[in-house]
Design a protein around this ligand. Sequence first.
Ligand code: ZN
Length: 93
Amino acid sequence: MQTCEVCRTPFTWKQVTKSLLAAYKPISCRTCGNRYKVQFLSRVLASLLVFGPIFMAILFSRPISTQMLIFVAFIVLPSVFVALPYLIRYRIA
Ligand SMILES: [Zn+2]
């Protein structure tokens, strides 16, 4: 997890997840209050990780198999969701 560049306080998983769900809302450091914005490349990465598996499932399973959709919906997407806050990078706003 990324830490604050000023005071080294780590961001929490919850903080980052909330920021992602709110369309990459800026985060404020819990200790020093500095604001952080999601880096552009992290936004691209997040979109790829979320929409990539969905497109792959649709493109490569013809006819679309229920197992494939269930796999993506209940295994791939939740894993991406848990891992994303560790991959996303912020920079000071
Ligand atoms: Zn801080």
